[in-house]
Design a protein around this ligand. Sequence first.
Ligand SMILES: Cc1cc2nc3c(=O)[nH]c(=O)nc-3n(C[C@H](O)[C@H](O)[C@H](O)COP(=O)(O)OP(=O)(O)OC[C@H]3O[C@@H](n4cnc5c(N)ncnc54)[C@H](O)[C@@H]3O)c2cc1C
Length: 293
Amino acid sequence: MRLPHFEYAAPRSLDEALRLLAEAGEEARVMAGGTDLIVRMKHGLLKPGFVISLAEIEELRPISFDRRKGLSIGATARLAEVASHAEIKRRYPAVASAAEKTANVQVRNMGTVGGNICNAAPSADNAPTLIAMGAEAVIAGGKGKRSVPLDRFFKGPRLTALEPDEILTAIQVPVPPPYSGASYQHLSARGRVDISAVCVGAMTVFEGSTCREIRIALGAVGPKPLRALEAENLLKGQSWTADMIDSAGRKAAEEARPISDVRASAEYRRQMVDVLTRRAVLEARSMAGKRRR
Ligand SMILES: Cc1cc2nc3c(=O)[nH]c(=O)nc-3n(C[C@H](O)[C@H](O)[C@H](O)COP(=O)(O)OP(=O)(O)OC[C@H]3O[C@@H](n4cnc5c(N)ncnc54)[C@H](O)[C@@H]3O)c2cc1C
């Protein structure tokens, strides 16, 4: 498999990247780690005439935490950096866990969380947890900057809210409230190197034994990552019982829109949504009990 001919630029500033993108129009694709883009180009699935690498743009790289604004994951922060970042592991363990469960060592050392999100595969491992935690995509483009909540960012398989002249600059994750917890659960048909057949992210906030806030996001069981809103409603405002958790799992399975493909049948996926949703909400609750702040 050979790469088709294309022009290549590696600008050193975001402004320069935006200018190149605006000039080239739909002919251009931006590249973060290239672990998805280059593979798709080799398979002939994408034929951009111009590839703009973001790798040399320092301002897109940092991972930072602010006590008011929360966590910012720069668009070119690598999966391996997110998985091992001390502050993320301490304050956002489910975000680190999702990055750690993505692909294999080689891919995590090149691929980015930003690329995983922009790629918009329905199975993107980092999407469910980030959606559950209320993250936003920070975007720059010809018309300036804007932020889009991640649960409105995904439009369909490989379709996002990004305009052709826009670049994701960071992912912003709010400060987790006191007594909140999150969890990421996934299942692959062929072990760790395979893409998830089902994945679930959950975030809960508790006041005593009552669940005040909950978000559940499902991956690989629809054309884009989905919120399981009806399952959330069964648990929100309640002191959970085992029956309620079982009902929420079943409800999430009903809300899923899986298809059968090489990784799993639709029926198996639906059953696993039930199982993984129950595991995710229970782990999120247990984390909430441990996290006063
Ligand atoms: C062997 C292998 C295993 C894999 N396993 C998994 C897995 O288990 N789970 C999983 O979710 N994925 C997996 N992937 C897919 C891929 O590696 C990940 O999605 C990775 O996170 C993509 O990041 P990247 O930086 O390499 O993206 P790139 O390949 O650079 O970009 C991906 C897409 O996003 C666009 N893009 C990237 N950054 C931006 C930006 N800042 N602004 C606008 N558009 C942008 C690009 O134009 C391109 O269309 C796997 C890939 C391979 C090759």
